[in-house]
Ligand binder design. Structure first.
Ligand SMILES: *[C@@H]1O[C@H](CO)[C@@H](O)[C@H](O)[C@H]1NC(C)=O
Length: 166
């Protein structure tokens, strides 16, 4: 439970830290175009074309957006699963600071979902609402936060990332 909570926290806290500082869009962002932007009030992007993703995201709203270190972040999201997602699905999350990988961790998706009051199997439409208290800032730099989500058979559920240069 502690690990799962900290993973979610980690992902959004990393965003908060990076977004709280002057932001320059990376060239990669410009090249990829707006079609990879995750819908809603957020600065997230999909890792690549979403056509094969099992999860379609209608929106992810972060409030405040961008998140503020040390403040409570409200996450509201809606999406739907095109096929049933069962036990064994997992999230690979990594946080890079410049070229250095700070964290690389694999987490159980079904365990993660308990943090937002959902459980497996996941199917159809889901709406989640979650408040998390973000820690205070860590040193400035360039961060890449990546959350890559797969079924137990290795089919891609979704992949979200934040690339920030400042
Ligand atoms: C997820 O991470 C694990 C452990 O690092 C790795 O073995 C696995 O290949 C990764 N999965 C994908 C699809 O990248």
């Amino acid at each position: 439970m502690r690990t799962n909570t900290s993973l979610l926290l980690l992902f959004f806290a990393s965003l908060a830290v990076s977004k709280s500082l002057p932001l320059v869009n990376s060239p990669q962002h410009v090249l990829n175009g707006a079609d990879l932007d995750v819908p809603g009030e957020n600065h997230l992007k999909f890792c690549q074309s979403t056509s094969d993703y099992i999860l379609t995201i209608d929106y992810v709203d972060l409030s405040p957006n961008p998140p503020v270190p040390g403040k409570t972040l409200l996450i509201e999201a809606k999406g739907h699963f095109s096929v049933e997602v069962t036990k064994g699905a997992y999230v690979n999350i990594s946080v890079k600071y410049g070229l250095i990988t700070l964290i690389r961790q694999t987490a159980d998706l079904c365990e993660q979902m308990k943090n937002v009051d959902e459980e497996c199997p996941l199917d159809g439409e889901k709406v989640i609402r979650k408040e998390i208290k973000l820690p205070s800032p860590i040193p400035p730099g360039r961060y890449t936060v990546l959350a890559d989500v797969y079924t137990s058979e290795g089919h891609q559920i979704t992949c979200l990332e934040a690339n920030i240069s400042f």
